[in-house]
Write a protein that binds this ligand. Structure first.
Ligand code: HEC
Length: 461
């Protein structure tokens, strides 16, 4: 649906190298006559992976992995992972030892979405679950690849019944549960609050940490009750006027149940001065975020900090739901910290999306100092169909380094080693929106309005 158009055009662009994959749907012979690996190539990789894993793209360079039909097999079977943590753990991309090969196959770790708790919990240095920024592979696709690896990952021959692919269900995260209390760290809890039917409720709640020394957070683990549109944690810098810092533990609504931002007297329900000072430290756009900064890198929370929790729930069902959040902050000792990480938000407020049209917006941002970027993630609302960022300036001018086509759960992209940007270099952010409504859309905070933000974590040296 929404993803077909951009991927189709990319397919045309890279026609030279990809003829086989582009003409796949017109292949009259069907999957029966193909080897099991060819089925994986044509039915799974061509549709889900090659847009990024094609020679010459920044994604292929970052992962050092090309999955086009000409080289995919050799790039995978018996090959060492480029992720150094996976290589150190003795994994290969795909093992050909047959039974038992699954545990040694990094490809399997990277696509096995049903084990994402394990993946993000135990192997936070393994990057993201693939395909990046897209829905997970179907249960059938995963089972097909699992059996192929278990059968020794042969290049030729039919070793799996193609009917396995008929299971088109996709993994959904399990029920909401409190997070265990962290061993070295602290836990925050935003207690449950109701969200009435057909309403988007956005609340803030300020939690003082009562810390008398600076805290260094290296890992954020967040679990949200279903229905979350986004969740942001803000801090207030010490120059924030005392009367702007929110009262502890109060639930502050942005608007009321009828979507009014003002009360009967015309006064704002929310103290918007707070947004001028609030600095975002973590953004989660999926129900579960387990985000570790690289070793030795941490976000600093100065003594006396508090955290403003901001939950945005969207309930378009006919029944009330509850919102709720658990946040674990995993801490480093001060002497373990080599770099203090910060966040940037590259935001385009100049949004006009005419009704009934597809519109692409573009904005360029320049960095005024050298930056080591360790993560990028997009934030938009529901009309976004394609979001990307490319490098401006330097040797890698024009390279696309971030892409997402899923407005609701854009996968954060981590860089380890960091993406090094020099002073004067920048990012060109581009977003395409499809506005099928009659009315125009503008910048704004509700889902009926749009946003265009690229958030990044970085440190300077
Ligand atoms: C939006 C671009 C994108 C898409 C789509 C994508 N990948 Fe990736 N892939 C990346 C990036 C970037 C990395 C490096 C960062 C990481 O490992 O998370 C990567 C890394 C990998 C790695 C690890 C390579 C190594 O040796 O470290 C594997 C395996 C992989 N991808 C497989 C896949 C498969 C299979 C698919 C399709 C089902 C897929 N990817 C779809 C961008 C993408």
């Amino acid at each position: 649906m929404k993803t077909t158009q951009p991927f189709f055009s990319l397919c045309l662009l890279s026609m030279a190298g990809l003829l086989a994959s582009c003409s796949d749907s017109s292949d009259p012979s069907g999957p029966e006559t193909l080897s099991s690996f060819e089925v994986i190539q044509h039915e799974i990789f061509d549709d889900n992976c090659v847009t990024c894993h094609t020679a010459g793209t920044a994604f292929a360079r970052q992962s050092d992995l090309v999955l086009t039909a000409d080289v995919a097999y050799d790039q995978l079977v018996g090959a060492a992972p480029s992720n150094r943590h996976a290589a150190d753990a003795g994994l290969v991309r795909v093992s050909s030892i047959g039974p038992g090969g699954l545990e040694q196959s990094y490809l399997w770790e990277k696509i096995n979405a049903p084990a994402s708790d394990h993946f993000y919990g135990e192997h936070s240095e393994y990057g993201e679950i693939m395909p990046l920024g897209r829905p997970p592979l179907t249960s059938g696709e995963l089972e097909y690849i699992r059996r192929w690896i278990a059968a020794g990952a042969p290049r030729t021959g039919v070793v799996i019944d193609p009917a396995v692919l008929d299971d088109t269900q996709r993994y959904e995260p399990g029920p909401f549960a409190p997070l265990p209390i962290p061993v070295a760290g602290l836990q925050l809890h935003l207690d449950s609050f109701p969200v009435v039917a057909n309403h988007e409720r956005e609340v803030f709640s300020y939690m003082p940490l009562n810390n008398d020394v600076d805290l260094y957070v290296n890992r954020f683990d967040i679990a949200l009750r279903p229905g979350s549109h986004h969740f942001i944690m803000y801090t207030y810098p010490d120059y924030t006027p005392a009367d702007v810092v929110p009262n502890p533990f109060e639930i502050r609504d942005l608007r009321d149940e009828n979507d009014n931002y003002q009360d009967a007297n015309g006064d704002d329900l929310f103290d918007w001065r707070q947004m001028q000072y609030a600095k975002p430290i973590v953004i989660s756009q999926s129900r579960r975020l387990d985000f570790s900064l690289p070793e030795g890198v941490a976000m600093r929370l100065p003594a006396g900090s508090g955290i403003d929790l901001n939950a945005h729930y969207a309930n378009y069902s006919a029944d009330a739901i509850d919102g709720e959040a658990y946040i674990n902050l995993h801490l480093l000792q001060a002497d373990e910290v080599q770099h203090v990480a910060r966040i940037f938000a590259l935001s385009n407020f100049d949004i006009l999306l005419p009704g009934g049209q597809v519109t692409t917006l573009e904005k360029e941002f320049e960095f005024l100092e050298d930056r080591q970027i360790v993560q990028l993630v997009a934030h938009t609302h529901q009309r976004m169909i394609d979001f990307s960022a490319e490098i401006v300036g330097g040797d890698r001018n024009g390279e696309t380094i971030y892409r997402s086509v899923d407005w609701e759960h854009p996968a954060p992209l981590r860089f380890d080693p960091p993406l090094s940007m020099k002073q004067g270099q920048g990012l060109r952010v581009r977003a395409t929106y499809d506005n099928p409504e009659d009315n125009d859309l503008y910048f704004g905070f509700t889902r009926k309005e749009e946003m265009m933000i690229l958030y990044g974590y970085y440190y300077t040296e």
